[in-house]
Design a binder for this molecule. Structure first.
Ligand code: 6PG
Length: 475
């Protein structure tokens, strides 16, 4: 019996994905550049061995798969993917599908897809979220490519995906780079979500002087409420964990320098390219950059010291409730921005991205999974083309209920010198978005003053320049 699908790259993610595929009753051929890894993987597969065809050569591997052959490539993003594709190509036949399941830049995915256009082969860019556990037991899967190639893999991918109330968290989202683009924005939102949680943690730790375990209790409570989500759940677990060596809270022994591999940055770059304001995601990426500059920050602290904290809110319980609401309000802003980027990209790249479906397949399996995404699913199902999530009735309601607490929290943090750039950016975004008359009339006047750029008048009178000094000559 031939394999239903093949997989190249038996690192942690690849191995887990292969085991997941096998466990769900799909026969799978596996190959790794170093045959030792393939042997080890097979030896450790236990009762799943019957579903696996371990292969030591590319020829053997390709022959083991039922045509048209879907082949998942799960290796380091970037050049290695191009190299692997070149190695594979001569062995493939018409209709075969190479599937990149890594965190690729969607522009690479479009290029790879286009390069195969005349070859009879095709390409799927597949975003997979959920980390190692997700890959093994049920990730959220975002597919981009031709509809035909999707049909070939739909059954296998549906079987391995996470389920939200039996609803599979996998979908075909559009042509070429659509899947990887959506995964990138998922990660951009993930960055914002994580940064905002970290800022709230910073207020609890440095503002209210709470211990890691005390803060864990707060997150445990919040996880029972509207913030219920995977990221809040793991935050509690992280804060509660003790270091086996010293017995101290593990989190207190971890350097405050955050890494990043690029997807957050790509989200921001693409948002800027398309003219979408994604302030909370930008703030999150910038905060990771600043976090990595530990030496400079320590030197600066020596010069400036730290500001005195603002008077602690008298009612600690009420303030913690404010923090919960503030996080929810800011989260609405970050998700609204993420969806706004996708909606612009949908037009820019002709993908016709299905917003309700994207929210639907993020409800389980992925890193940002939450009940909140079920609410977003409902909002977009009611109005798939709404300009901004914030103005849907459900989310407008949330923002109306929570913007005052967000203001109080940001004010407290700002007065205390506690950095909350993502929370503040989400608030700033809302304040700019909800104000019919802003202050950009002044910018237009300045632009016209120094560069005769012109402006539109509020009264509709057709006089495109102002009476500025020598510029008045224009009239
Ligand atoms: C996921 C994660 C996953 C990974 C990213 C995060 O959805 O499962 O987003 O893809 O954790 O690589 O990227 P950083 O290393 O940039 O935080």
């Amino acid at each position: 019996e031939q394999a239903e699908i093949g997989l190249i790259g038996l690192g942690v993610m690849g191995s887990n994905l292969a085991l997941n595929i096998a466990e769900k009753g799909n026969k799978i051929a596996v190959f790794n550049r170093t045959p030792e890894a393939t042997k080890k993987f097979y030896a450790e597969a236990g009762e799943l061995q019957g579903q696996l065809i371990p292969c030591e050569t590319i020829e053997e591997f390709v022959a083991a798969i039922r045509p048209p052959r879907p082949i998942i490539i799960m290796i380091k993003a970037g050049d290695p993917v191009d190299q692997q594709m070149e190695i594979l190509k001569p062995h493939l036949a018409n209709g075969d599908i190479m599937i990149d399941a890594g965190n690729a830049n969607f522009r690479d995915t479009i290029r790879r897809f286009d390069n195969l256009k005349d070859s009879g082969l095709t390409f799927i860019g597949m975003g997979v979220s959920g980390g190692e556990e997700g890959a093994r037991h049920g990730p959220s899967i975002m597919v981009g490519g031709t509809e035909d190639s999707w049909k070939r893999v739909e059954k296998v991918l549906t079987s391995i995906s996470a389920k939200y109330n039996n609803d599979p968290c996998v979908a075909w989202l559009g042509n070429d780079g659509a899947g990887h683009f959506v995964k990138t924005i998922h990660n951009g939102i993930e960055y914002a979500d994580m940064q905002m949680i970290a800022e709230i943690y910073g207020i609890l730790r440095d503002g209210l002087g709470m211990s890691a375990v005390e803060i864990a209790d707060v997150f445990a409570e919040w996880n029972k409420g509207r913030l219920n989500s995977y990221l809040i759940e793991i935050t509690e677990k992280v804060l509660r964990a003790a270091d086996p060596i010293t017995g101290k809270p593990m989190v207190d022994l971890i350097l405050d320098k955050a890494g990043q591999k690029g997807t957050g940055k790509w989200s921001v770059i693409e948002a800027q390219n398309m003219g979408v304001a994604a302030t909370a995601i930008e703030a999150a990426v910038a905060a990771r950059i600043l976090s990595s500059q530990k030496d400079e920050r320590e030197a600066a602290e020596k010069i400036f010291g730290l500001p005195t904290l603002a008077a602690a809110p008298a009612d600690k319980k009420a303030f913690i409730a404010d923090l919960e609401s503030a996080l929810l309000a800011a989260k609405v802003g970050a998700y609204a921005q993420g969806f706004a980027i996708m909606s612009a990209a949908s037009k820019e790249f002709n993908w016709n991205l299905p917003m309700p479906t994207i929210a639907r397949i993020w409800r389980a399996g992925c890193i940002i999974r939450s009940e909140f995404l079920d609410e977003i699913t409902s909002a977009f199902t009611k109005d798939p083309h709404v300009a901004n999530l914030i103005v849907t009735p459900a989310f407008a309601g949330i923002v109306k209920d929570t913007d005052a607490p967000l203001r109080r929290v940001v004010s407290y943090a700002v007065l205390s010198g506690l950095p909350v750039s993502a929370l503040a950016s989400a608030l700033g975004y809302f304040d700019a978005y909800r104000r019919g008359r802003g202050s950009a009339n002044l910018i237009q006047a300045q632009r016209d003053f120094f560069g005769a750029h012109g402006f539109e008048r509020t009264d509709g009178v057709d006089k495109p320049h102002g009476p500025w000094g020598s510029g008045a000559d224009i009239f």
